[in-house]
Design a protein around this ligand. Sequence first.
Ligand SMILES: [Mg+2]
Length: 119
Amino acid sequence: MKELKAKFQKQTGSNIATDFTNSSYEKWLETELIQYQKKENYYKREFLKEVANELHSAEKKHPKYPKCDFKKLAILSEEAGEVAKAVLHYHYENGSLEDIKTELTQTAAMCMRMYNSLL
Ligand SMILES: [Mg+2]
């Protein structure tokens, strides 16, 4: 319950009462959170935030970025291949949706890095 409240507050930015402990309140909170997450802008905003964080980490971890477009494409393709692998694991080997999201984020970050390098 405490984790759900924290998640709700973090994602919605709204302050909610913390002295409720009954299960109907918990259900209400879960429903509100799901409805909030379903809003299109929430996903766009969260995804772009994740991509920006991932790009920042990648640039810090690998400050040297190739000048050759084919090498850039190889890096990007390697990440896209990891999306495929995560999807296969999810469907056939008990993988998680979180792993797919992580790989999609990393792929998008590499798209952004390559795009920026062309400017
Ligand atoms: Mg990856």
